[in-house]
Design a protein around this ligand. Structure first.
Ligand SMILES: [Zn+2]
Length: 433
């Protein structure tokens, strides 16, 4: 349907107000307007309000189908991805995930194993329409020396298809070994990565955060935290991160993931934390599918009673940049998933109520994570920008979010890509003992 010639005219497409800056039109109550898009030499040369009389004779009439910019997935773990068949989570709990993954990492994460699983994940993400992706890399010794070179190679291999970023991942206690942590920060800086840790309530949390911020400042690194992935109301490391950002005068970007416990805390405490998060300029990413899977799992014969996600609406109302992302895929932290950001958005709509009104929530899988990742211009449809977009069958939110849209068309640099998903059988050789 999409010509391979460099120039074509897409008529009668449905675009969303929140993702088309600079496009002036009358939008309906769902935020949509019909548009005509001209593509020339891999770029969008114009977006105009749809006028049947103005379309050239060879225009491709898309009959009101939705077009969204390619997705940005700002929180994943493609170094862990797809180990499930050889290392399942024994009971579906967070501790079960941590222990199973740790054992698998120590036993099996050679450079070849990590590279093959990462490439499988990236092919899936690309086929679903993702253009930029940040992964965390388990960086507990000696894994950092194995995974970071793999990441650097993978980033080069994928350049132009997926903008790949990485953040190191270790429990905050790992920072106590200051010499080793300084070495890690240097390694991350050499790879142009992001400094990341997992925070929870250890007695010396403030001191350790101080060290994390000072290393980030020293090397000019952005920060990416996993915080408070628990229902324990005493978990307030999000607030501690905001306080550390404020008193350190940190000027880089800070992304904080999870923040589950915030949804369980008393209103006054929540307000205090959100004030600080907003003031410190933190961005927050919720991982709705993983949270739904791991949180509130209390054992046999118990039904979960909360959704596990953090307070995205309250955050957005205060101007805090908020995103949703994939997190884990087919590993002990989440048994499912395929790095399909349409699935993430569909699940987020249901779990987090991204509807009534939809407003500008679509930015949470596109523009907002792009800004956090310093990829300005990605995650929008605009004249002058790359022709990187996804053409769906759906003509409204209820059509778009009710079916998997497996037959979507992904256009990159103006051309439809081959959307073949990798076959799971490719991974079989990595799953045998
Ligand atoms: Zn994560």
């Amino acid at each position: 349907m999409i010509p391979t010639s460099g120039y074509y005219h897409l008529a009668n497409v449905r675009v969303h107000r929140s993702l088309t800056p600079g496009f002036i039109a009358t939008f309906d109550t769902d935020g949509f307007a019909l548009a005509d898009i001209v593509v020339a030499d891999g770029k969008i040369s114009a977006i105009a309000a749809h006028k049947k009389s103005k379309a050239p004779a060879d225009a491709i009439d898309l009959a009101g189908r939705i077009i969204l910019p390619c997705f940005v997935d700002c929180h994943t773990h493609i170094d862990k991805g797809h180990i499930w068949p050889r290392k399942p989570n024994p009971d579906g709990t967070f501790m079960g995930a941590l222990n199973a993954t740790g054992a698998d990492r120590a036993a099996r994460w050679s450079a070849e194993d990590v590279a093959k699983r990462m490439d499988f994940s990236l092919r899936s993400a690309y086929a679903h329409g993702t253009k930029a992706l940040r992964t965390h890399l388990d960086s507990v010794p000696p894994q950092e020396e194995i995974s970071w070179p793999v990441f650097e190679t993978m980033r080069e291999t994928w350049r132009g298809r997926i903008e790949l970023q990485a953040a190191c991942l270790l429990g905050i206690e790992g920072v106590r070994d200051t010499k080793w942590f300084e070495k890690l920060a240097k390694r991350v800086a050499a790879a142009k990565g992001v400094l990341g840790v997992v925070t929870y309530m250890v007695p010396d949390l403030e001191e350790l955060l101080d060290k994390v911020f000072s290393e980030a400042i020293k090397h000019g690194l952005d920060l990416d935290f996993h915080a408070d992935e628990t229902d324990d109301v005493a978990a307030i490391s999000l607030k501690k991160i905001a306080e550390a950002a404020l008193w350190s005068g940190f000027e880089g970007n800070i992304l904080v993931g999870h923040c589950c416990s915030l949804a369980r805390q008393p209103d006054l405490d929540v307000l205090d934390t959100l004030d600080k998060v907003a003031k410190a300029g933190l961005a927050v990413v919720s991982l709705p599918m993983c949270n739904l899977y791991l949180q509130d799992r209390r054992g046999d014969l118990t039904t979960p009673r909360w959704r596990g996600v953090t307070l995205l609406h309250e955050m957005k109302a205060r101007g805090i940049p908020v995103a949703v992302a994939s997190d884990n895929t087919r590993d002990p932290f989440y048994a499912y998933g395929d790095l399909d950001m349409l699935e993430v958005y569909r699940m987020a709509t249901r779990i987090l109520h991204f509807d009534h009104p939809v407003g500008d929530w679509p930015q949470a899988v596109a523009t907002t994570p792009a800004k956090v990742m310093r990829l300005d211009g990605i995650g929008t449809l605009a004249a002058g920008g790359s022709a990187d977009f996804i053409i769906f069958k759906g003509r409204g939110w209820t059509e778009l979010l009710s079916r998997p849209e497996s037959d979507r068309i992904v256009v990159r640099d103006g051309k439809a890509i081959d959307r073949q998903l990798p076959d799971y059988a490719e991974l079989d050789e990595l799953m045998v003992d």
